[in-house]
Design a binder for this molecule. Structure first.
Ligand code: BMA
Length: 380
């Protein structure tokens, strides 16, 4: 009797503590809008219930189709939309009409609004061009050169920080980003909250902001400058900021260049399966990322992952056994790039095994979170 009694007191206390403390949690932005605060808390609650599925560019195109309003590979395959819709803003900084993946920015804005209306979560990435090397290119070759992957110089981050020779250019990029963000409003004019994950996969050295390309201080300063620009200068208060690395093996490595709890809401990790070590490596990394996030009262996510080549049961045999152990807000798989030749060659948008993930009690798709009213929208 006694141990049971003590156990039940323990769990009741735990419930009261966690239950009520979620309602006191706040995003890093002290002026975050009501809907953004609601989203942050809802994500925290949902993270204890299950793991949301996210898909990059799910609403924009699939392997075999290009922008058909309302269409989604996830829905075609499972009957449900993903809970989290990913969008990409690369090339917005240039003032272009279309993104790095040829999607019209107007369509991106439209679908962000649509997914918000449905009660889903929005996450945005930004493969910004290289602001240093792009300068040296003739305008004709700017489309090819100076990409996010151009790691030919270690001076890029320092060149765009205050005092750097490209600082003014970078400010114009942030201006364009801010103008786009300010357009993301619902029909009542309410700013639509979203998760922003710029300067991603910092632990790798394959983007100009990567770990081998700038110092930890510069990386952190880039983040802090960006947040301060959007939040303090442009007064944008509907953003949850996600810190992100690629594959890491220790917490120390994960936190290198971390810009601070006052600018970050989510600790996220990108890890793709490249071989048999993936399961244990992901297990290890999610272990320290989720516990550090919990300690700092931040959210956590596996913000990009993908199956090992040639594996047919990756979802159920590799991913789910690891995810079952941790509270992560969402797991997102990357885009299904459209190609005309896929129309005849591709079997389906997902492997059959994805249905096991869909049916798993811990996975959350749009209809599993709809009733949560994550933004606390008033019923009309
Ligand atoms: C990368 C690749 C690129 C794409 C970029 C931005 O991982 O998928 O083809 O342009 O993301 O979405």
């Amino acid at each position: 009797m006694r141990p049971l009694f003590i156990t039940s007191i323990f769990f009741t206390a735990l419930f009261l503590i966690t239950g009520s403390s979620v309602e006191r949690l706040r995003p890093a932005d002290r002026k975050a809008t009501r809907e953004t605060v609601n989203l942050f808390r809802a994500l925290y609650r949902l993270q204890q219930r299950g793991v949301m599925y996210g898909h990059q560019d799910d609403l924009m195109y699939g392997y075999t189709w290009w922008y058909e309003k309302g269409r989604s590979d996830t829905r075609d395959f499972t009957g449900d939309y993903p809970a989290v819709a990913g969008f990409e803003l690369g090339h917005l900084e240039l003032g272009d009409e279309r993104s790095i993946d040829s999607v019209l920015f107007d369509h991106i804005a439209e679908q962000i609004k649509e997914h918000y209306r449905r009660g889903g979560v929005i996450t945005i990435s930004w493969h910004a061009k290289n602001p240093l090397t792009i300068q040296d290119l003739a305008s004709a070759s700017r489309r090819q050169g100076g990409t996010a992957w151009d790691v030919s110089s270690k001076e890029v981050v320092s060149s765009i920080l205050p005092g750097g020779r490209n600082h003014e250019l970078f400010n114009t990029w942030l201006e364009r980003l801010a103008s786009f963000f300010m357009k993301l409003k619902d029909d009542d004019g309410t700013p639509i909250p979203f998760i922003f994950r710029p300067y991603h996969e910092h632990s790798g050295s394959f983007f100009w902001w990567g770990t081998g390309l700038c110092s930890d201080e510069e990386y952190s300063a880039l983040w802090r400058y960006t947040v301060s620009f959007l939040r303090d200068k442009k007064k944008i208060h509907n953003i949850l900021y996600a810190y992100n690395t690629d594959r890491v093996t220790s917490l120390e490595q994960y936190m290198k260049g971390y810009p601070g709890d006052d600018v970050i809401d989510m600790l996220s990790l990108d890890m793709y399966d490249r071989g048999p070590q993936f399961g244990p490596e992901l297990d290890n990394a999610l272990g320290f990322v989720t516990s550090e996030a919990a300690r700092r009262k931040k959210l956590s996510a596996l913000s990009e992952t993908g199956p090992r080549r040639g594996m047919t049961d990756w979802w159920s045999s590799v991913l789910m056994p690891v995810l079952t152990k941790y509270n992560v807000s969402y797991v997102l798989t990357w885009r299904h790039p459209y190609s005309r030749r896929f129309a005849t060659s591709i079997k389906g948008p997902f492997p059959e095994d994805f249905l096991n993930f869909f049916k798993w009690q811990k996975s959350l798709f749009l209809s599993d979170i709809k009733d949560e009213n994550i933004y606390g929208k008033k019923k009309r």
